[in-house]
Design a protein around this ligand. Structure first.
Ligand SMILES: C[S@@+](CC[C@H](N)C(=O)[O-])C[C@H]1O[C@@H](n2cnc3c(N)ncnc32)[C@H](O)[C@@H]1O
Length: 279
């Protein structure tokens, strides 16, 4: 059981939650996103809330939309989407504990979060008008990235919109050796595969699976920088994160290592959201 402090329309809401992603795993071995979630961080995508808002603006979700979100994590974007009052909202999350947290934000039979894999959701063909996923493709192999994008294409009706929000490499002419070093450094501290593509490569993958790219927006990769932490988590959330860091030396070490590598590679890395359409 743990205490979750949420800010809802300016009110501070406290709720107890008996599930935590990464439960049962040692902090030293846990994927970085669950270390951050355990410390109270809810926004786990590289471009933060600013890029998420841009993505949602470009998606123009309205009351007629059937929305599918891949990998909602702690449910932060799920709640923004629900506020747009789409006709239906379905999330597909691989982690059971995260799915339980997201489900606690959903109401009625047109909003649900299923435990499943975004490569094979089991949802019907052409059942969605919007599909999006954040910080969930970069961690996959090239083959799985393609399988997930293909699944988004299968789920969408003609004219449907698909958005990704991922880490990217800034230069189109990255030296392969340097690229390998960057991937190894990131994977080494995150303890999970981290394979960012260039913006051109992300767009190519989308086009290969039948999408047309509509718009692209970029932000810096500042996930663990103080200013971004306050922007993403709010002042109280950032304080809670700092307080939890102070009390947990193992997690502090992990965060320190991640931030160090993100900073070392800051000239090469960024965050990108790409909005694509199925014709
Ligand atoms: C870095 S977190 C991002 C969470 C959230 N989208 C965010 O941006 O804050 C990665 C999430 O992807 C989920 N995930 C990874 N691979 C997945 C897959 N193949 N299908 C569904 N969920 C997946 C993980 O369980 C985790 O919740």
């Amino acid at each position: 059981m743990y205490l979750q402090v949420l800010i809802n329309n300016g009110d501070i809401v406290m709720q107890t939650n008996s599930v935590r992603p990464g439960e049962g795993l040692q902090t030293a071995k846990m994927p970085g996103h669950w270390v951050l979630a355990r410390l109270g961080k809810r926004v786990l995508r590289p471009g933060g809330m600013e890029l998420t808002r841009r993505m949602l603006q470009a998606l123009r979700i309205n009351h007629t939309d059937d929305v599918v979100e891949f990998a909602p994590g702690m449910g932060v974007t799920a709640r923004l989407t629900i506020n747009q009052k789409p006709f239906s909202y379905t999330a597909v999350e691989r982690d059971q504990a995260a799915a339980k947290i997201v489900s606690s934000y959903l109401e009625g039979d047109r909003q649900r979060c299923v435990v499943g894999n975004a490569t094979e959701t089991g949802l019907p063909d052409a059942s969605a008008s919007v599909v999006y996923g954040e910080a969930m493709l970069t961690m996959q192999t090239d083959e799985t990235k393609r399988a997930i994008i293909r699944e988004a294409h299968r789920l969408l009706k003609s004219g449907g919109r698909y958005a990704i929000h991922e880490m990217c490499l800034l230069s189109d002419n990255v030296d392969p050796e340097r690229r390998k070093e960057t991937e190894q450094a990131l994977t080494g501290v995150v303890h999970h595969g981290v394979r960012p593509l260039t913006i051109t490569e992300w767009c190519k993958l989308l086009v290969l699976e039948g999408f047309e790219v509509e718009s692209i927006h970029q932000a810096s990769m500042s996930l663990l920088e103080p200013r971004r932490l306050i922007n993403d988590e709010g002042f109280v959330g950032a304080l809670r994160f700092a307080w939890n860091l102070l009390r947990d030396s193992e997690a502090r070490q992990r965060v320190h290592e991640m931030r160090k590598v993100f900073r070392q590679h800051r000239m090469e890395l960024a965050a990108v959201t790409v909005i694509a359409v199925k014709h």
